[in-house]
Design a protein around this ligand. Sequence first.
Ligand code: IMP
Length: 192
Amino acid sequence: MKIVFASHNQNKTKEIRSVLPQGIELLTLNDLNCFEEIPENEPTIEGNSAFKANWVFNHFGMPCFADDTGLEVRALNGAPGVHSARYADETTNDEANMHKLLEALKPFSDRTAQFKTVITFRDQHREIQFTGVISGQIGTSKRGEFGFGYDPIFIPEDAAQTFAEMTLLQKNKFSHRARAMAQFLEFLAEHT
Ligand code: IMP
């Protein structure tokens, strides 16, 4: 089965490939010679995820799925949430985003947060979403060299390391994306 992943993000693609079973061929937007940025202007993570999957289905007519992810921090009333990519400015700069978050959390002792990934699958029959969540804590400084995005400051529950101190295999045991993917793969196994 060929399925399109509606993303240009190499890090997400790597994580998703690492959990795909044999028999599913993953195509990225680059494989389809699509280099356009898909707009992410919806007010929710669910909305952005659905928009991206529908955008790709409407352009290419192939079964596809999209991932939209946000980091929700309790003391900041769920921010940066749907604005995680452009929290500090419009440039989607990971370093600036982490710096802004660490500064914003300085007055608070509660550093509880969660990552949420919403995967939307779209084909000619249906549109369906799968949500994966992992709770944890925002560290007080960056640690680790692996991963991407906010990984150096996120410590998942029941772990001592940040996601950026974990190998891909270890991150997959906890991560929001791996949890959403597990549900999606179960669905695919039942429906294809
Ligand atoms: P988006 O889903 O590509 O819009 O990602 C939103 C923001 O969350 C971006 O700043 C990403 O770098 C960040 N992000 C997405 N997934 C992860 C992850 O697994 N770990 C850390 N940061 C992530």
